[in-house]
Write a protein that binds this ligand. Structure first.
Ligand SMILES: [Zn+2]
Length: 198
């Protein structure tokens, strides 16, 4: 089997991985290998005229077992509890807003050309991927947009502008101003809407 941690070939269950040093409980690894084999087999089952709903149920069942096996080997974090999931959906919505903005900033040419080809949000993207993985079993929580949630998103964005600015990801002070100004305008517009009428 391939190393379940780094995917390098020629991994042997009884020995630590030659590449990354990973070593896991042998019976658990053997189970993981069996589940992997079964899931691979199942990809070919579509040609058999099986009932599609049954096949998808079976796949789901063994994917869950596969995931649990990875969690058991410490290779994946356990799924989130419902309360944690609720928070995570909000976090993920903030992160997605940030990724969208960052793409706009890049297209607009606001980023420091010295950092070309590098991702300023690498860590945030890895974290978002981890959250998505842990949220797989949770129904998608649609976050109702209110002035409150909009303000929270903007403040999240501004915090990240500060962070990126401190790491010199923007071309110059001028670009930082161009990024901050529309966000500040949004805050003013939202808070003005809420101001008591005179
Ligand atoms: Zn490895």
């Amino acid at each position: 089997m391939n190393c379940p941690k780094c995917q390098s070939e020629n991994f042997q269950i009884e020995k630590p991985c030659a590449e990354c040093g990973f070593q896991g409980n042998a019976p658990k690894l053997a189970e993981l290998e069996r589940l992997q084999w079964l899931l691979n087999q199942m990809d070919g089952w579509e040609e058999l005229r099986l009932d599609a709903a049954t096949l998808s149920e079976l796949k789901k069942m063994y994917k869950t077992r596969y995931r649990d096996a990875l969690v058991g080997l410490g290779l994946r974090l356990p799924p989130l509890t419902p309360a944690e999931a609720e928070k995570a959906w909000v976090e993920l919505a903030h992160l997605d807003a940030l990724f969208e903005k960052a793409a706009e900033w890049e297209t607009a040419g606001y980023l420091n050309p010295e950092m070309a080809g590098q991702d300023p949000l690498k860590a945030q993207r890895a974290y978002a991927a981890e959250l998505r993985e842990r949220l797989e079993e949770h129904p998608h929580l649609v976050i109702l947009e209110t002035d409150q949630t909009k303000l929270k998103t903007i403040s999240f964005l501004l915090d990240h502008v500060d962070l990126l600015a401190s790491r010199e990801w923007f071309k110059s002070k001028h670009e930082i101003e161009l990024v901050v100004a529309p966000l500040m305008e949004q805050i003013v517009a939202i808070t003005a809407d809420n101001a008591p009428e005179l």
